[in-house]
Design a protein around this ligand. Sequence first.
Ligand SMILES: *[C@@H]1O[C@H](CO)[C@@H](O)[C@H](O)[C@H]1NC(C)=O
Ligand SMILES: *[C@@H]1O[C@H](CO)[C@@H](O)[C@H](O)[C@H]1NC(C)=O
Ligand SMILES: *[C@@H]1O[C@H](CO)[C@@H](O)[C@H](O)[C@H]1NC(C)=O
Length: 449
Amino acid sequence: MNKERKPVPTSVEMMIVFLVIFFTTFQGSFGVANQPHKQAKSKAANGFGSSLIFPVTGDVYPKGYYHVTLNIGRPPKPYFLDIDTGSDLTWLQCDAPCTKCTPAPHTLYKPNKELVKCNDPLCASLHWPENMPCESPNDQCDYDVQYADYGSSMGVLVRDTFPLRFTNGSVLGPHLTFGCGYNQEVPDSIHLPYTDGVLGLANGKSSIVSQLHELGLTRNILGHCLSTKGGGFLFIGDDDLIPSSEVIWIPMLHNPSEKRYMLGPARLLYGRQATRVKGLPVVFDTGSTYSYFNSDAYKATLSTIENYLNVNQLKDAAEDQSLPVCWKGTKPFKSIRDVKNYFKPLILNFTNAKNLQLQLPPEAYLIITEHGNACLGILNGTEVGLRNLNILGDISLQDKMVIYDNEKQQIGWVTANCDIIPKSSLSPSLSVPSLQRPPATRGSQKEDL
Ligand SMILES: *[C@@H]1O[C@H](CO)[C@@H](O)[C@H](O)[C@H]1NC(C)=O
Ligand SMILES: *[C@@H]1O[C@H](CO)[C@@H](O)[C@H](O)[C@H]1NC(C)=O
Ligand SMILES: *[C@@H]1O[C@H](CO)[C@@H](O)[C@H](O)[C@H]1NC(C)=O
């Protein structure tokens, strides 16, 4: 079919894609005195025996993001952080004071006096491959992180305590490094992620996972299970949770300029039918709500799906502006179950790994909008400036346990029921004494200023 495609609506242009494109460095002024940081917990003597499990809140549609609640500081206060396997730096909107902060669920984080110095390895890793951003090694470490959706956060690296309950029952308060963001740019969207910041989970040194590993607290492994019903869980550390069989493991692709979780090359199939798309590298990025294919793969996907659509059952729904491509039935769809039979799974065959497959059933690439239409949750990445990158966002990672093993340098997945949070899970937010107080009121940012 050769149809006129409607232009990408604002809500899509503005979708949050937490994909770091680059860091720039600058020397800003920041009113917190320097103070040497305290050394965090020493390495656990008997290796790693424990992990962290965080319940996840959110959904692909209508919210558009998944977040965890972390407690930070002394006394600890809760913050909602968007989980992002596509970037390293964790940051919080911060009262430093804040030049430009966006509405957030909790009061702004107030930094303590622990500034990270410019000669800190984490500062260097954040600015890599550029040179050290500092004139003097004792300077504060400024950061400026830019995301693919033109959002950004600018601030300074700080250290503070994160009270965490490990699955073995121990509660520790490791000092972790993160960004105190006092200048955020967000895409001008009506669907802003309603969070206090971002939890960076990519494989760079500055990511929370690497830091916990460096401190000897957890293994350098993380995983998530995001439910199509909303919610799910995130874990860091031990592989106790990972089923020993059935997981499909594929070695990560290495590209020196890419600090992201990437697999490939993959061949794209629709049901049993191979498309002409092959050699596709794909990035696993929970910071992106939807998936993105490069222009060519996108075109092939769209035309293949449309080729197989029964035009008597499904028609173009150009009037639905939720996403660029939508279909309607004879009556509004209530759930994905109503359309499942009209579509086949999209399949990625990893040709360097014995054709091991990542199967994307219709619910991993379609949403049912509030108007009762089915819309394609795979978007044209070239159109939003991603060039040749292909991204598997939240929508395509749902209802699977996806595991990133940075030690063995492989990514694995297995179909899972993400509604069941593992028993050992104790929300760290329920385990710290200070949280016996009522939670902070929503939108109470102003109280604090
Ligand atoms: C529990 O796990 C943490 C993190 O790995 C470790 O530091 C602690 O010593 C462990 N506690 C016990 C009682 O084994
Ligand atoms: C894709 O993988 C499946 C299962 O591994 C294999 O049977 C099939 O031939 C592959 N198809 C293509 C086009 O590579
Ligand atoms: C994808 O976006 C690019 C860049 O805007 C455009 O040239 C191309 O036609 C688009 N592809 C499809 C199939 O819409």
